[in-house]
Design a protein around this ligand. Sequence first.
Ligand code: COI
Length: 361
Amino acid sequence: MNADLTTRFTIEKVAKSKISAVDFENLIFGKVFSDHMFECDYIDGAWQNPRIKPYQPLTLDPSSKVLHYGQAVFEGMKAYKDEKDGIWLFRPDQNQERINKSSVRMAIPEFPKEWFFEALNRLLVLDAAWVPKGIGNTLYIRPFVFATESGVQASKSNAYKFMIIMSPVKSYFRGEVRVVIAQQYSRAANGGVGAAKAAGNYGGQFYPTELAGKEGYQQVIWTDDTSHTYMEEAGTMNVFFRINDTLITAPTSDRILDGVTRKSLITIAEHAGIPVEVRKISVQELVEAAKNGSLKEIFGAGTAATVSPVKSFAYDGVDYPVPPQEDSYSGRLKKIILDIQYNVTEDPFGWRYKVSEENIN
Ligand code: COI
């Protein structure tokens, strides 16, 4: 119990919920937001005034540093509802640690762990009705931090906001995913911010992804920035390859996000007896595997997308289909992780976190 926290946390509830106006069957990812949001300010060297209030627009000075220098980081999490209306988070400790790691890299002050969990529990208890039921339906949670100090001097901000907003969602990708392997543009470089969940890492992908979209590809698989010969990650997901019966994914690095779904799938696969290799995988190896038939699967893994099978990849102007597999690894792994997330099965890894009023100070 943290007395300081209890006395300082304030809540302003909506006068009337807007939930009855939401069409839960036809949600577009991240477009509709729940009734409440969390907001907290960093001023004079300390996080202060943690508060929950009705979801609403912000007022920002036009010279706020985030608008000019992109000093912003975020996280992606989901809340899952079980058959008995219990609400669960999946490895939230990982997101809490990662947002602070990302913050450190972007010269943003770390946010207190206790406040992170207090805010999540309070928000989710308050907006419990917004967590949709049924496998595949979730409340996507977006914690984010950004620089609010006014002034266009190119230096780190002395003021920030930490916020959490939440959006009921269905799947991230509709239909099958086709990807193209990057040969010109890069997502990240050694010594850069690729491993941080920095806002600009995503913004920087929009243009090459738009070009790929015009050719019919939903995602780019990013390659190493120096030689463009090793595969790293897809735009919003880490990426896995199955060659014969071995599952392969690139090791994390300065350039690759340490994805929570990625590391969970590695553990689940090993537990299920699937041979896993965390190693560099070259485009050449992939193309050869596609040509000789040993490439069985490619799939992306991420919080928003969960596990997304890739239907084909393109390289050097050639499309290589990835034929569907019976009893695919992606299908098996997806079922195991979803069953854990939705409290359908035992959780042998201790990853589930129950949202509860008891966690509120
Ligand atoms: C997530 O999986 O939470 C992501 O970060 C993807 C997001 C950019 C939509």
